[in-house]
Ligand binder design. Structure first.
Ligand code: PLP
Length: 444
């Protein structure tokens, strides 16, 4: 394979320097490894900022107002939240933990939206007493708790109703399901949404501002969004007539697809924006309704491609005429997606990017699970011990889903921007484990 083909595989803001090292946003990845060790997750902050402004650009040229909320479950850290606070985006949180960290980072409360199918009383109390921007109500139990808490805190709260629209988007198709079989939201087909609207309408301190639906993830087509928009707007019209329901905000969720491997060809953001906004306009006009404000919630598409995982190569095992396993010093503990979703990744040897001698190998993690494989069948320059493997597009649902399985410490997280690096999250150490532990000696 020639140089060109390799270069084609690199992600944006990546280059190769004179030493044949992978460079991300001006920082040599070999220097990062020397400084911080492996495994390490590197985030290209310039690329995150580019993605945010691309989303805002794509959605801003339409008549109705729009709001971009970063779905922080994809990746959160104090420093990321601090950076996002300056970026004029909103933020989705799904737990008291994410809310706590966002508030610690000084993220503007009024721009925080709280999601989740099982928000606890304590979590809702934190959200309501802090007067965050919006709660996305998911179920009847929550309505009762929010009523109680708004009374207790003597405050009002804006809410969206999460609807299970019976539309499920898969990577290249969407499925319209009659009975929406999902743990999230109020079911559209069985009348749950109507019941919820009636209940919420009767509660003075809950201010219902609209509807929310999220149809899936890693979506490469626009039709799923359009079908949901059509459904929800025509329903909203019915509810306007029946219950005086106002659709001020329509939140169409996240799910915009990204490039993990060369197989993935994500749509330009303008295509999603155009499809979403034209469907909204069309169905608002058909139903003689005002244009609602449109909110979107990208997670993966903001941080996914900006993340690169660097690992050190250790042992190798060749099974004649079957395959060669090359093991790295991380795996499912820092990136569960291959094991959980059969997710596919690609990458390069970061210290020998454009070398010609190549072979096909499979990359194994170090956890005690046969399923701990990061990449099956990748073509790389013949790997040696202590080479560095860079795995691309690991920025979403990697670190945020990381575990301590096998007591593997969570990796360090390093931000890079314009040639500078910054340790955003230090590597976990065995001493960190002890903070949670109690000795049996203390059991008197
Ligand atoms: C997960 C999730 C998102 C983000 O999805 P991505 O695929 O990362 O864009 C947005 N909204 C809701 C409600 C989600 O659950």
């Amino acid at each position: 394979m020639n140089k060109q083909t390799y270069n084609k595989r690199l992600m944006s803001n990546m280059s190769v320097n004179g030493q044949n090292h992978l460079v991300i946003d001006g920082v040599d990845t070999v220097d990062i490894v020397n400084k911080y060790g492996t495994p390490v997750n590197v985030y290209d902050i310039s690329l995150i900022k580019q993605k945010i402004s691309a989303f805002k650009e794509a959605f801003k040229n339409y008549e109705n107002k729009t709001q971009v909320a970063y779905a922080s479950k994809a990746f959160s850290s104090l420093a990321l939240y601090e950076m996002l606070a300056k970026e004029d985006v909103s933020l989705d949180v799904v737990s008291g933990g994410e809310l706590f960290l966002a508030l610690k980072a000084g993220f503007p409360k009024e721009r925080i939206h709280f999601h989740g199918n099982n928000k606890s009383y304590e979590e809702l109390e934190a959200a309501i007493s802090e007067q965050i921007g919006c709660i996305v109500i998911d179920n009847f139990y929550e309505i009762g708790m929010i009523k109680e808490l708004t009374d207790k805190c003597d405050t009002k709260v804006d809410v969206l109703i999460r609807v299970t629209p019976g539309v499920e988007a898969h990577t290249h198709e969407y499925i319209t399901t009659g009975q929406a079989d999902s743990k999230f939201g109020f079911d559209l087909t069985s009348g749950q949404v109507e019941t919820a609207i009636k209940q919420i309408k009767s509660i003075e301190r809950i201010n219902m501002i609209g509807l929310h639906a999220h149809i899936g993830s890693q979506i490469f087509e626009v039709d799923g969004y359009q079908v949901v928009i059509e459904k929800l707007i025509s329903k909203a019209k019915e509810w306007k007539n029946a219950y005086n329901f106002d659709l001020d905000v329509l939140n169409v969720g996240g799910g915009f697809g990204i490039r993990y491997t060369d197989e993935d060809a994500p749509l330009p953001l303008e295509e999603y924006a155009k499809a979403i906004m034209s469907a909204v306009r069309k169905h608002a006009e058909l139903n003689d309704m005002e244009l609602p404000e449109i909110w979107i919630e990208p997670g993966r598409s903001i941080v996914g491609e900006a993340g690169t995982s660097l690992y050190t190569i250790g042992t190798q095992k060749t099974i004649p005429s079957i395959r060669k396993y090359v093991s790295v010093d991380g795996g499912m503990a820092d990136n569960i997606r291959p094991a959980l979703y059969q997710a596919e990744y690609t990458g390069v040897l970061a210290n020998r990017v454009n070398e010609e001698e190549e072979e096909k190998v499979s990359i194994a993690g170090k956890a005690c699970e046969s399923g701990d494989m990061l990449i099956w069948d990748i073509t790389l320059p013949q790997p040696d011990q202590n080479d560095i493997l860079a795995v691309f597009s690991t920025g979403a649902y990697g670190y945020s889903m990381a575990s301590n399985y096998n007591r593997l410490p969570r990796p360090a997280v390093v931000f890079v921007e314009n040639g500078k690096d910054f340790l955003a999250i230090r590597r976990e150490t065995v001493q960190d484990y002890l903070k949670l532990e109690n000795s049996i000696e203390n059991w008197k």
